[in-house]
Design a protein around this ligand. Structure first.
Ligand code: GNR
Ligand code: NI
Length: 171
């Protein structure tokens, strides 16, 4: 397994729409293994393949309840049912480092997907898991949580991140 570099804003790659996976084979499992390792090393609770530069519809999530590792793998996820009730979480994103904002999303959702072994599954999610699934699925459409903020807040964040990117290169 390899820890990959996480792409951060501003970067056009993050705006790509990811393509469906044709078959869950060893190559796809290798991507999933690298994704979990990358997510753990960055202390995230979720990661979409596009965040490591791979435009495929693959996401991994681990809420690390009680510090136990329990990685969930979702290939070609589709949301089937969304709750009309919303819940609010303070969201962050490994591709938008050190920035946080409260975002409203449906409190519950059902998600249909293929698992690590390519088997079709359906999961009823709520709370932080539902929020995280929706956050990751947004990545598959090139959407980031900052897109839900006002134009002003969003542009301030992008400005900050592009500045910190340009000063990170030390010769
Ligand atoms: O690590 C993460 N934490 C988080 C917190 C609230 C809502 C969503 C997330 S996902 C984020 C990791 C990430 O960027 N996934 O794409
Ligand atoms: Ni994210």
């Amino acid at each position: 397994m390899t820890i990959k570099n996480i792409i951060t804003e501003p970067d056009k790659i993050l705006r790509k729409i990811s393509s469906p996976v044709q078959e869950v084979g060893d190559a796809e499992r290798k991507i999933m293994d690298d994704m979990v390792e990358t997510m753990y090393s960055a202390n995230g609770i979720g990661l979409a393949a596009i965040q490591i530069g791979i435009p495929k519809r693959i996401i991994v999530i681990d809420l690390k309840i009680e510090n136990k590792k329990n990685p969930l793998f979702f290939v070609n996820p589709v949301i089937k049912n969304k709750d009309n009730l919303k819940s609010t979480y303070e969201e962050g994103c490994l591709s938008v480092p050190n920035q946080f904002a409260e975002i409203d999303r449906p409190k519950k959702c059902d998600v249909e997907y293929l698992d690590y072994n390519g088997e079709k599954k359906i999961l009823k999610a709520e709370g932080l898991l539902a929020t995280c699934i929706q956050h990751e699925m947004d990545h598959l459409e090139g959407i980031l949580f900052i897109d839900y903020l006002s134009k002003l807040k969003k542009s301030m964040i992008i400005k900050k991140l592009s500045k910190s990117k340009s000063t990170r290169i030390v010769v």
